[in-house]
Design a binder for this molecule. Sequence first.
Ligand SMILES: [Zn+2]
Length: 104
Amino acid sequence: MKKGDIIICAVVFAVALILAVVFFFAKPEGKTLLVKADNKVIYEYPLDVDREITLEHNTAVIKDGSVFMLSADCKNQICVKSGEISKRGECIVCLPNRVILEIR
Ligand SMILES: [Zn+2]
């Protein structure tokens, strides 16, 4: 291998690495949590600030850019079992309490 070839290889490798990093960080991460009750937005929180949101029947948590339902008084507990959401368009629905957590 000539010196020039090594440089070309290094450049190609560096470009590939940069592209990989850019694509990794360019994932469509959500930015805002919308809390809806009866189909109306009642709260809006940025996802980059950790907090606990206490609603009448539900408690939601924002942590490290993810959202999950910590507790709920509904019978089925589907919202609590939904797990974490962190991407735009994802949501957690508590049908019995008509509460929706949605990421925008
Ligand atoms: Zn629920």
